[in-house]
Design a protein around this ligand. Structure first.
Ligand code: GLC
Length: 435
């Protein structure tokens, strides 16, 4: 299946390249250099193909790409240093969905309203457009959307007569039964794999647990912390006792997306939480032992709660310090075009931000869950939208990490302290919040 997808993607690229060949070249003219800063993606070949196609289509532009290690948290540190230094050599950068408010308020990202028309914005899903909007201006063009999904071993659930779990308790019971039943055949099988290292991914996973128990990090105005509510505390306790202390190997406390996916794709976990891209990898025979043995479902919830997926995803933004925003825009519009988003969907399993691609037969054939679970993309839950997000996330990351890694931790007491810290952080921001 994957190889035919690759072929389809390559066909699109070749068509693009052929069209590019028709454009009038001026070989004598000096090339303009455009510098793009991004992080290292899970399917580097797909991105390389897109970058090459851009250069083919724009023979007058030399694209310099600076690719950093995988991790939103590390990438944020690198990018904010460049922006703080007003580094004019960087023109375009990838921006996590949680950064537009911060980068807009700091004057780091260029408002794109003159380039990105209302009419064009209508073609995108609403949630990422809203996430890129700060005080009525737009600061990024959504490239792909992420939302948390539950991957499960279809073959094992069927063998034991289970349907995908509706509640977290059901997930625990199913995983325990399967693990016990497979004990002699597969002693290394774990029940669950997710992202619990102290970094941004931890916030995404924990938001899904806390919100699916009707808890919340902050109140709806974003001005007060609610992290010590009984629902939030109960969800954190569940993760510590049942997931970290039960279904998952303790190693998950050091796992980001790639390590947690490796455990699952090597056949060593029953359930796995990840973003849409994992689908292409678990079905790639070169990278997976569980090809065609995997199903995708909504994440479970606690009794009385509802399933919640964190909104993730990446945007292209133009640096306020770029000396050539028009050239930068050429790159942004090329990479976020329907053709290139389709390449990313076919070759890298990335969920498009353009609505029309959810009706594209090839995209749906390669990613059937884009149709079955479409509402997850429409209703994905954002992390707090505030220019103070870096302080908020650092405080929450330290709390969750401490609470989860120590089996004896006093979670109610820790949560109260964190609530006070967050309230202090948020207090001066009253006038600055975006929503
Ligand atoms: C994914 C998401 C991003 C999130 C990150 C956490 O890359 O798209 O929004 O912050 O994971 O690891």
């Amino acid at each position: 299946m994957i190889s035919s997808l690759r072929m389809a993607g390559i066909f699109i690229l070749l068509t693009t390249l052929a069209l590019a060949g028709c454009s009038t070249e001026s070989p004598k003219e000096e090339k303009t250099t455009l510098r793009f800063v991004g992080w290292s993606f899970n399917n580097p070949e797909a991105w390389e193909a897109i970058f090459n196609a851009f250069e083919e289509a724009h023979p007058d532009i030399r694209l310099v790409r600076e690719i950093t290690p995988h991790s939103s948290t590390q990438f944020h540190a690198l990018l904010s240093q460049k922006l703080r230094n007003q580094d004019s050599s960087m023109d375009v950068f990838l921006m996590d969905v949680i950064w537009p408010s911060e980068f807009a308020a700091a004057g780091w990202a260029l408002p794109l309203d003159n380039f990105f028309s209302d009419e064009e914005r209508q073609k995108f899903l609403d949630v990422p457009i809203l996430a890129n909007t700060y005080q009525d201006k737009i600061y990024g063009v959504p490239l792909f959307i992420d939302s948390g999904l539950l991957y499960y071993r279809k073959d094992l659930l069927e063998k034991y007569g289970f349907s995908p779990p509706g509640t977290w308790e059901e997930l625990v019971q199913q995983a325990e039964s399967i693990r016990d039943g497979e004990q002699s055949a597969h002693p290394g099988l774990h029940g669950y794999s997710g992202q619990f290292k102290q970094y941004e991914g931890l916030i995404c996973d924990m938001l899904e647990f806390v919100h699916s128990n009707e808890g919340s990090f902050l109140d709806s105005e974003g001005g007060r912390a609610l992290i010590d509510s009984p629902q939030a505390v109960e969800a954190v306790q569940f993760v510590r006792d049942q997931i970290i202390g039960g279904l998952a190997p303790r190693g998950v406390l050091t796992y980001q997306e790639p390590e947690s996916l490796a455990l699952f794709s090597q056949g060593n976990a029953v359930f796995h939480r990840n973003w849409p891209y994992a689908w292409a990898i678990v079905n790639d025979p070169e990278r997976s032992q569980v090809v065609e043995k995997v199903g995708v479902a909504k994440l479970p919830h606690f009794p009385g709660g509802r399933s919640v997926s964190t909104l993730g995803g990446w945007q292209l933004a133009v640096s306020r310090f770029s000396k050539q925003p028009e050239v930068a825009w050429k790159f942004v519009s090329f990479v976020t075009s329907p053709t290139m988003q389709k390449v990313l969907a076919l070759q890298a399993g990335r969920a498009p931000t353009r609505k029309a691609l959810y009706e594209d037969p090839e995209v749906l054939a390669a990613n059937p869950h884009f149709r079955d679970l479409f509402d997850i993309f429409l209703t994905a839950h954002p992390r707090p939208r505030t220019p103070l997000y870096p302080q908020v996330t650092n405080t929450l990351q330290a709390y969750f990490s401490a609470a989860l890694s120590d089996p004896e931790s006093d979670i109610p007491a820790l949560s109260q302290r964190v609530r006070e810290d967050l309230d202090r952080i948020l207090a001066p921001s009253q006038g600055e919040r975006s929503d």
